[in-house]
Design a protein around this ligand. Structure first.
Ligand code: ASP
Length: 351
């Protein structure tokens, strides 16, 4: 019911703004322009727990990744290329839990997961449990471009990487002292993966390019102390990542088990797809999606994750307007930019 009201509200706004002033040939709808958003993980990011220097470091890193994607889109590049440009940058930055700086498993190694989806044709690629591929998002993209499979794991994924001209590194490349200390703390205090600094640090990006195509990607080291080949939501298409030109593009971060169970990324896109359709007298039309309607849908799904016991957030790019964020944590490293000149990065939920 709420969704129907939101969709109707979106239509009402669309009808008032689109009403022609006089009888004239209807002008073609203006192109919505490009839009872009990134995240660097959600969690207990509170002002009191971060020094001004730490905050500034994160903001600089987020801005650099945002600018990398923005440059691709402003230059007429594709949504997929903007997503990979930003994510490779974040993977190379040891501050984030993806690529270099990934968290450690219980066995003291780094196991990386990533996925990417092109909303144009719903092509997708994903990898899980890789140890030697410098940029797992590029491996996910190679899987997508190859097209035979969607998801590869472990040794097989690495063998595939070796056949596809991707940078291979020694497993030690990913290790940082900071993440090793987190593992030691978890073991010493017998904590669960969620208790060690409740900060996720996964990275992701969503984009709409100038041609209206959408894409989403996510990359992570998963959770500190993960065992038994545990795989979270990030490489699961429909959970941590989803893109469909007819709906939206989503990248998630948070307690992956809940995001898988709620099929978060796909659920958001299906609700968006439904909100864009209006049937009158048996004829179904696609109606514009306002930012308010999109935000309402996304907040609703994150609230459901919270009711299940999960924490985290998402970034979402829709077919029109600017990207939106939603989180049920005190903060999420994030940024967004549009062809209209919007460019902002933020950390805390109240920003
Ligand atoms: N969602 C990731 C996972 O569960 C963790 C994160 O977002 O940092 O593997």
């Amino acid at each position: 019911m709420l969704l129907r009201l939101l969709a109707a509200a979106g239509l009402a706004i669309a009808m008032t703004t689109a009403a022609p002033a006089q009888d004239a040939a209807p002008a073609a709808a203006p192109a919505p322009g490009w839009s872009f958003a990134i995240h660097g993980g959600a969690g207990t990011l509170e002002r009191s727990r971060m020094t001004p220097e730490q905050q500034a470091d994160y903001r600089t890193a987020l801005q650099a990744a945002l600018d990398a994607g923005r440059a691709v889109l402003a230059g007429g590049g594709s949504a997929v290329d903007a997503v990979t440009a930003a994510i490779t940058r974040l993977e190379d930055d040891p501050k984030f839990n993806a690529g270099k700086g990934a968290v450690f498993t219980w066995d003291g190694i780094n196991e990386l997961d990533a996925s990417i989806m092109d909303g144009n044709g719903r092509r997708a690629g994903a990898v899980a449990g890789v140890h030697t591929v410098r940029n797992p998002i590029l491996l996910a993209k190679a899987v997508m471009d190859d097209g035979r499979h969607v998801m590869l794991s472990g040794k097989g994924a690495e063998q595939f990487a070796g056949e596809h001209d991707l940078a291979i590194v020694a497993p030690a490349y990913f290790a940082t002292d900071h993440r090793r200390r987190q593992l030691e703390e978890l073991k010493a205090k017998n904590l669960s993966a969620l208790d060690v600094e409740f900060k996720f640090g996964t990275v992701g990006a969503v984009a709409r390019d100038a041609d209206g195509h959408l894409a989403a990607g996510t990359s992570t080291g998963g959770m500190t102390g993960k065992r038994w080949g545990r795989i979270g939501d990030s490489p699961v298409i429909g959970a941590g990542t989803y893109a469909d030109d007819a709906a939206c593009a989503v990248s998630a971060t948070g307690s992956g088990e809940f995001f898988i169970r709620a099929a978060v990324a796909h659920t958001i896109c299906e609700r968006v797809r439904a909100a864009r359709k209006l049937t009158v007298d048996g004829k179904t039309e696609t109606v514009p999606l306002t930012t308010e309607v999109l935000q309402g849908i996304v907040d609703g799904v994150i609230a459901e994750v919270g009711e299940m016991g999960g924490d985290g957030g998402v970034i979402v790019a829709g077919p029109d307007g600017k990207p939106v964020f939603s989180m049920n944590t005190p903060g999420m490293y994030r940024g967004r930019a549009t062809s209209d000149g919007l460019s902002e990065v933020a950390i805390f939920a109240d920003e």
